[in-house]
Structure formats: C-alpha cells, structure tokens
Write a protein that binds this ligand. Structure first.
Ligand SMILES: [Mg+2]
Length: 380
C-alpha cells in the first residue's frame, strides 16, 4: 500500500465575535485538513490545528514528493523520514531537491505538517483494518468523559459574561469546565473565577488556563489568589521561556496541579515538563506537532511517571486516544457552536458530544467525515 498523493486544504472561518486569551485575539477559526491517498484507493484524513495556515499547508504539499512511494502503513518510517529533514545530514555540498532544509524558523511548521500527515496515515491504517481508531489502539470502551472548554475574554462583552457561559455548560450536564485567566489583572480574574465557582456549585471541577500569561513571581501570586475557589488544574501558567523548570518551582508552592504541553513541538520537552516541571496533566496536541505517533510516545512516558493525559482540542482525534489509554483523564471539547464551526459544521460525521460525554462510533479510522462544500467555501 503505497502513498501516491498528499494534499492540504487550509480553512479560515470567520467567527461572529472576537475571542481573546492572554496571548492575543482571534476572530477566525483556522484549521488545515490533510488528505493522504494510497495506490489502492484509500484516503486518510488528518487535521492540523495550527497557524500560519499557508506556510504549514505549503509544507504539507511540499512533503508529498518526499514520501511518495513509501508504505502508507509504515508510520514510523514516514515520521522519521520527515523529522530527519530538521536535523543535520551527511550530504553537505550536494543539492537534493527531495530533501528540503527546515531550519530553526521552519521547524515548528514542519512538526505541524508532520502531525497532519501522520494522522492521515493512522486514519488509513484504521480504514485498511476496518477498525475504529479507539479499537485499533486497544481500547474496549467507546465513551470518554469530556470537559467544556471556553470562558474567553470576548471583545465588546463584559468580562463577567463568563459566569453565565460556564453555568450554561454545567446546566447541560458538564461536571468539568475550563475558563481563561491571565488576560486581566489578578483582581479582575478573581471576580470572574469566584463568580463562576459560585454559579457552577462546589462539586463541579473548574480548570483555569492562563495561556502562558505569567512570570513565575506573578504566577505564584495569581494561584495563591485563585486557590480558595478550588481550582482543579492551572494550565500553562508561565510565559514560554520558563515553561519547563519554572513549572517545577511553581508546583512546589501550590497544591493546585499544573497542566501543560499543548504548545510544545517535541516529546522531549514534555519529558522535561514531567521531570523538571512536575506537571500532573499532559496536554499534548497530536494535531499540532508530530501526530499520533508522537502522542503515543508521550503517553508511554507519562504512564511510567504517574502523570495523566488530557489531550488538547480536536476531540474527533483525541477522543480515540483517551478511550484507549487508562491514564487518559478527560478530553477537551467546545460545546459553544459559534466558537467552533469546524466541529459543529464542517464535521458531518463525528463522535457524539453530550452532557460531558464523548461517544465514539464504529466507523473505521478516526471515523469523521468532512463537508467538502464548506471546505471549498472557507479555503484560503
Ligand atoms: Mg490551553
């Protein structure tokens, strides 16, 4: 079964409001759909949740000739063929068009392109074996817990609008909800967090996500201020430059578990976040870097160190891993219809998301189907 075609479709969908995190604003939902086709007619689909769209999509397309003719079931061989484009080689002085160079500035985009291709290869594997991914990975249950993610700072709306939003998820049956922090003063966030805690009751789990907002000193002050509201985890508290060893120092001064990993591009960084950062929840995103193959390496490391997995975003992918991994904690989901047009509109066949539970289907591979008319409409 040989790879004959690789194609990226980059989608940018305009949203009806502008969402903010501490990291910045976004008014479009961006994603890339990757197709890999084999010589016996199977087409695997992967998704990439990362920008810049055009740069990453161009790399996906450029990798087509590099892996054309390789065995579509050989996910490790393809992974290393692509990954090795980022590291030195022994043919210096000889130009080779099939071996483009991906230097420091391009590595992060190459890891995202690799994610989309790797996921498409796993989808092919499931389709070839006629097995849904959760079974191919060894799981025996189709239901996984899902938490409701949202709670952004919305442009033009009161910062306290988050209270009604989170209460709404709790009313829908979600027993775990996540909101943003770090995009306001600590006092401003206390008003939001305390209001949400009051609205969702004592029993619901409340996660907060700073999206890398704080210095170590500010993160210590913030979590001390937020601790009284029974925070289930503190996600990406630290600015990017101190998001490994600094996490360990922060972990030593709070009982609130730390969660991180969605912004990293390699398993070695997550290894260090576990070893040096004392994180208790790994939030790897298979659609952003390295694909499912890298996700499995991370899951194995986390398992050996007593750390749980709570994959970031894209439940149509990560729900399958969660179902197959005993240390899978909870899958992230976005019940808000305006916030996630990809899940709610573009994916026509997908797992059922309801009342804090994701139910996976029996379709082979990842088992989702795409509305190609909408892809055409929103393609850049
Ligand atoms: Mg996050």
């Amino acid at each position: 079964m040989k790879i004959i075609r690789v194609k990226a479709h980059a989608l940018s969908m305009k949203l009806d409001k502008v969402y903010w995190t501490s990291r910045g604003a976004w008014g479009t939902y961006n994603t890339i759909v990757v197709e890999v086709e084999t010589d016996d007619g199977l087409i695997g689909i992967g998704t990439i949740n990362k920008t810049p769209l055009k740069d990453i999509a161009d790399i996906v397309d450029a990798l087509g000739p590099v892996i054309k003719g390789m065995d579509a079931l050989a996910h490790e061989a393809v992974w290393w063929k692509i990954f090795n484009l980022t590291v030195p080689h022994l043919e210096a002085g000889q130009s080779d068009a099939t071996r483009p160079i991906y230097d420091q500035n391009k590595r992060v985009n190459l890891m995202a392109a690799l994610a989309g291709i790797d996921l498409a290869l796993w989808d092919i594997k499931g389709k070839a074996m006629k097995l849904p991914m959760w079974r191919l990975l060894g799981g025996d249950k189709r239901e996984v817990p899902a938490y409701a993610s949202g709670g952004y700072y919305e442009e033009g709306y009161s910062p306290l609008a988050v209270i009604d939003e989170m209460a709404g998820y709790a009313a829908q049956g979600y027993t775990a909800v996540k909101m943003k922090c770090g995009g306001a003063s600590i006092e401003g966030d206390i008003a939001r967090i305390s209001g949400v805690r009051k609205a969702i009751g004592d029993k619901a789990q409340l996660m907060i996500d700073a999206n890398g907002a704080y210095t170590l000193a500010d993160a210590e002050r913030a979590i001390k201020a937020f601790e009284p509201y029974d925070i289930f985890w503190f996600e990406e508290p630290l600015q990017w430059h101190d998001a490994t060893r600094g996490l360990g120092r922060l972990a030593a001064c709070t009982h609130v578990p730390l969660a991180s990993g969605e912004s990293e591009m390699h398993s070695n960084v997550v290894r260090d976040q576990i070893d040096l950062g004392s994180i208790r929840y790994v939030q790897w995103d298979c659609t952003r870097a390295g694909g499912l193959t890298e996700g499995l390496r991370i899951a194995a490391y986390a398992m050996a160190h007593g750390v749980q997995i709570a994959y970031h975003h894209d439940p149509q992918i990560h729900g399958h891993l969660m179902a197959a991994q005993p240390h899978g904690f909870c899958v992230e989901s976005f019940p808000s219809i305006p916030r996630d047009p990809f899940w709610h509109q573009v994916l026509t066949v997908k797992p059922k998301l309801e009342a804090g539970k994701l139910t996976l289907g029996d379709e082979p591979g990842f088992g989702f189907e795409i509305d190609w008319k909408l892809v055409k409409k929103w393609q850049i």
